[in-house]
Design a protein around this ligand. Sequence first.
Ligand code: KG4
Ligand code: ZN
Length: 336
Amino acid sequence: MNDNPIILAIESSCDDTSAAVYFDSKIRSNITSTQLIHKKYGGVLPEMASRLHQQHIIPVVQEALDEAGYKIFDIDAIAFTRGPGLLGSLLVGVSFAKAFALARSIPMMDVNHMQAHILAHFIENPKPAFPFLCLTVSGGHTQIVQVNDYLDMQVLGSTIDDAAGEAFDKTAKMLGLPYPGGPLLDQQARNGNPLAFKFAEPKVDGLNFSYSGLKTSVLYFLQKQTKTDKHFIQNNLADLCASVQYTIVKILIEKLLKAAGETGISEIAISGGVSANSRLRKEINRVGMQNGWNTFIPRLEYCTDNAAMIAMVGYYKYLNQDFCSQKISALARWPV
Ligand code: KG4
Ligand code: ZN
């Protein structure tokens, strides 16, 4: 076995088609094609996402190979997202990887997308030391994970209903912002007062999260206000966004503080699409300074879905010779 392999990685779990090449401790390329068409429909249309992955996967892989300066025949192993995600989307990446591995007679590594969001922290320096806590916040997940080693992770808490990204996207939609609303809500919030309006904060036991109460509280508040003032949202958009964002982030930080207290771990990381949120990034650093944490926040490119993070899990699986067979199929649900 080659102990310094050139790895091609593929990500296709939702609406981003991405390919990356990893060699000698470095990501050599990371190309992502985002399907913007879903904006028109206010959410990801699974059937359309799958068809677009089929159209994009070969050009995206070609561009990743070209940028890294390699040919198909240079690749030693292929890593791919097996789940969790949209089944039709995952199937495109899984089928591509299987065909590639078969044609080239090279090993393949099946990757858990949520583990990959966490190992995004090992793409560049500074890297967290084990054990560390990772708050993984995306469109489909909200978890606090204790990471003991590259591939040894334990979920300490997770959402019992909506994910934080979903809370951002759904409240943004109520405020008239197009999908995906999270980044747009973040932008609007920059000019608003985070304490202008107060929304429900759930009380959930242990290290679990809940966001459905917040969503309902925003909905009822808006219904009440717009009955007497048709332009209420328009006239208060920045304050509404800032207040919603304040509440979502406050809930995340409180649970992270609790997890750090209970475990005694002070290496704290955030990952996943919502870790791109400007308030969360600021708050993690502020609270981290107060509590003597070493905090780790990925570069924006590595927060949202990308194949570079898939390559990282693939690399550590390769070192363990943890390869998968041609018989495996995609998994819509797959716990960390
Ligand atoms: O990890 P990701 O790219 O895809 C999933 O695996 O779900 O996360 C996407 C989520 C979406 O809900 C999106 O609105 C949210 O991340 N997001 C943000 C920001 N950027 C992306 N939420 C709040 N503020 C942002 N700046
Ligand atoms: Zn993701």
